[in-house]
Write a protein that binds this ligand. Sequence first.
Ligand SMILES: [Zn+2]
Ligand SMILES: [Zn+2]
Length: 385
Amino acid sequence: MTIDLDHLVQEMTAWRRDLHAHPEFGFEEQRTGAFVAAKLREFGLDEVVAGVGGTGVVGTLKRGSGNRAIALRADMDALRIPEQSEAPYRSRNPGVMHACGHDGHTAMLLGAAKLLAGEGGFDGTVRFIFQPAEEWGRGALAMLDDGVMERFPFTEIYGLHNAPGLGVGRFQTRPGAIMSAEDNFEIVLRGVGGHAARPHAGNETLVAACALVTSLQTIVSRRLSPTDIAVVSVTELITDGTRNALPGEARILGDARSFSPAVSADIEAQMRVIADGISRAYNVEHAVTYTREFVPLLNDPALTEEALGVARSLLGAENASVVSEPFTGSEDFARFLDHVPGCFVFLGNGDSAPLHNPHYDFDDAGLLHGARFHAGIVRKRLPAA
Ligand SMILES: [Zn+2]
Ligand SMILES: [Zn+2]
């Protein structure tokens, strides 16, 4: 059966706008998950399982006798941002909007499922993974903890994200690191607060905290190799002092970005050394909490070449390019790549507002490109006999 592409575009546009009008925050994607599961069943997939890792959905489609399986992944969650739009399909859920285009990602993967279920053209198994809570950096982990790899095995995975500023119908990716790790840290200093006129009588923490903030700047400039890309940003310094009272406690919070687990480990180790040294020098106690919210997204070089090949054959070599630098944003697709190789690509969203902006909107002109890219990967990696 041949799928009429003009009709598919109309359908994907309607789905995308319906999802856009009904955005749901991470792990609250009840309606979205039900919408996705109903569509996948309507397309005649072999198996559709909802409630994987909370509100995630996995659809399975088999053709031929091949025993290899590959996964395609989309994210479904929206953000707590009040939408500023006059579009008839604007958010009906006050304070929540699809400001990252995950409505488009979901609609494109549904379009690919309809194309592949209707037309086949591959030999093996496709897993369609619709994950919750990407923005939190928790949804992929929730699906992995719920056994997605064991229950629905696959050996490679692909995903895409729309990119404002890149022309519609253009793809970009790169082998190796493409998106950064995001680590968060909190350093608490505890001393003895007291009267602003009598600093010697206590052990206040603000001067120590200022020294610590300054010293943290040396992690990137003096500890890491000049060839490592990393950022250590102190973003908050909070004390319990007041204008005429010295603080007994100071909290320093911040965010670190890097592109390899080794660099992330070096940043944490040096932060602990500095916090310990400064605390001793200023005679205060300290506690460091260092968490890894997102791991770096590392594309498999061979599979990146395959993905570029698909994009080139769909849209021409001039519209499928390798970017020279990785992006300092983060993506929890990276969690799947801890288990199997794969590739993550960017698809142009044209001249739209930036991601996470209250005026942002996914460009429906990109829907067919994304759906055909997903289907093309399956046909390339699981070729029909
Ligand atoms: Zn986002
Ligand atoms: Zn996103």
